[in-house]
Design a protein around this ligand. Sequence first.
Ligand code: PNS
Length: 158
Amino acid sequence: MTKRKMKGDQTMMERVAIYPGSFDPLTYGHIDIVERALEIFDRVILAIAHDAEKKPLFTVQERVEMANLIFKDTPKVIVDSFKGLLVNYVEKTNARVILRGLRATSDFEYEFHMASMNRSLSVHLDTLFMMTSKDYFFVSSRTIKEVAKLGGTVEGLV
Ligand code: PNS
């Protein structure tokens, strides 16, 4: 939570979630998670990771630009990018919650390891998981890129 000054010198605690990922590219599944998270949090920071090892299709700058365009009318969403450890980035923002989407049980092991590692690196942080909506549980950035590359349609997914 971060403190936000209100009128008349009142201070309100703002609930902030960090939604980290590669977002290469951002899919409707990601957008759905952000929209639902805004029902719980006052602000969602979409944090795009610099990760040279993953050989992304889009540069971080392109992904930031696309996300800014998508959320241009949603001031409660802030688009940012980060380098290095996620926990270090989160600590700097004063948020305490890392948000991740879960599509299927196959995501669980990877997410469980990541959440556990992040928790061991910083005991102040917790990871909150949201189940992907049924319309998007089969959507991933990886399959979107593959289908698009092979000439299939990805309309309505990305
Ligand atoms: O969308 P992705 O690729 O599943 O997102 C993974 C991401 C970017 C959240 C994860 O790789 C990450 O946090 N990278 C930053 C480096 C880091 O903190 N690694 C330790 C996490 S166990």
